[in-house]
Design a protein around this ligand. Structure first.
Ligand code: FES
Ligand code: FES
Length: 408
């Protein structure tokens, strides 16, 4: 029996597929367009969790009873365990990850925290999205009506009293209407099933030619994943250092693993960068725009963004400042780096150490280029982040082992 022979629920597309055959579905999840090739039997809950890595959607009963898997589909609460992903072509899905940012929670999330409305937290995503749906469609709901209105979600910790208080408080604080989800923006989504996943996250086309000239690099709002500041003293006069900073081709060759592939005009460049983190090899294609290149202040500012085929995405706002000193040149690198996708899984401390070590290597290459007047030899192998990290760890161990005030 196929859904084309049956009445179809409004908004859901009918799908005819053989067992094992994959079906392409394109939808938007938390503001990010995604393209999935999935067997028709895969539920929306499994697609979100396994193929897009959005594990905030919890699965309890898988029968539509417990409400744990509640998400918003085209703005309305829906059980993700009762929908097949392939039916949702063209739909807008919002999960708990889209509701608020870690540094800027949605009022409902704040209220749940403030009122101790989560114990184990397993039902929390379902309650949050059910409450959001309720307050956005029925803002006049009364406290007396809340238990019945929210009875579609079961809390096995039986934390209902605090949950009702949290929802009631949020409603009272926003009589003009509940704020919209605050974390829906384009970002990379990466599934958990690695190479077996049929997930394809829609990527911006590789930049080239006319289209790239119009590309604007827009950094995400909010704090960067990592902020790096590296100061390096170079025993080379300022003029020689500036000659390197002033030549984008030489500059690019000083970046570990980077390669400039195309000049797009108007200070916009396309390039590639590789880095190996243990067995994971990341190969980024991206663009960089030079915003400032001023010899008088010794400043060069670059915005860059890149994406690898696995969906890891990085964006950065980098400022280099060089100034003459008695011993040569002081080079300062300030970088705000935004990471999404699998690269973000390494944690801030590790990613911060890797970025710092890369800047140190970059400064070394600038010194070399400024001294010899030649661009450094390009290595086409991806620099190993772990090897760089190992260097950082050794430095730390040496510092810890060093007696206070002593010198190595
Ligand atoms: S897991 Fe979907 S309702 Fe229980
Ligand atoms: S807080 Fe544990 S299931 Fe509700």
């Amino acid at each position: 029996m196929t859904s084309t022979e049956e009445p179809v629920q409004e908004g859901l597309r009918p799908v005819r597929a053989e067992a094992g055959e994959t079906v392409e579905v394109r939808f938007t999840v938390n503001g990010t367009p995604a393209v999935l090739n999935l067997p028709a039997r895969v539920t929306l809950a499994d697609a979100l969790r396994d193929h897009l890595g959005l594990t905030g959607t919890h699965v309890g009963c898988e029968h539509g009873v417990c409400g744990m898997c509640t998400v918003l589909v085209d703005g309305e609460a829906a059980r993700a365990c009762l929908l097949f992903a392939c039916q949702l072509d063209g739909a807008e899905v919002v999960t708990v990850e889209g509701l608020g940012r870690p540094d800027d929670l949605h009022p409902l999330q704040e209220s749940f925290g403030r009122n101790h409305a989560l114990q184990c937290g397993f039902c929390t995503p379902g309650f949050l999205l059910s409450s959001y749906d309720l307050l956005s469609t029925k803002p006049e709901v009364t406290d007396e009506e809340l238990p019945a209105e929210l009875s579609g979600v079961i809390c096995r910790c039986t934390g209902y009293r605090n949950i009702m208080t949290a929802v009631s408080e949020t409603r009272a604080a926003h009589p003009e209407g509940i704020p919209e989800p605050g974390n829906c923006a384009r970002r990379a989504l990466v599934g958990r099933s690695g190479g077996q996943s049929a997930t394809v996250v829609e990527e911006p086309a590789e930049p080239s030619g006319e289209t790239s000239r119009n590309v604007e690099i827009v950094l995400p709002e909010g704090d960067p994943t990592i902020a790096v500041q590296v100061d390096t003293a170079l025993d080379v006069p300022f003029d020689q250092v500036w000659r390197v900073l002033d030549d984008v081709h030489v500059l690019a060759r000083c970046l570990p693993g980077a390669e400039l592939t195309e000049e797009l005009g108007e200070q916009l460049y396309a390039g590639r960068a590789r880095v190996a983190v243990g067995p994971i090899k990341l190969s980024f294609h991206g663009i960089a725009r030079v915003l400032e290149q001023d010899r008088d202040t010794g400043t060069i500012r670059v915005l860059a963004q890149g994406q690898d085929t696995g969906g890891a995405q990085t964006q950065a706002d980098i400022t280099l400042r060089a100034h003459a000193t008695a011993a040569g040149t002081e080079l300062r690198a300030d970088a705000a780096v935004y990471l999404t996708g699998r690269i973000a899984q390494f944690g801030r401390a590790l990613a911060g150490d890797i970025s710092r070590r890369m800047f140190e290597q970059f400064a070394d290459s600038v010194r070399q280029a400024a001294t010899t007047g030649e661009a450094p030899q390009q290595s086409h192998a991806a620099p190993s982040a772990f090897r760089m990290m190992f260097g950082t760890l050794l430095d730390r161990i040496k510092r810890i082992g060093r007696p206070r005030g002593g010198k190595s």
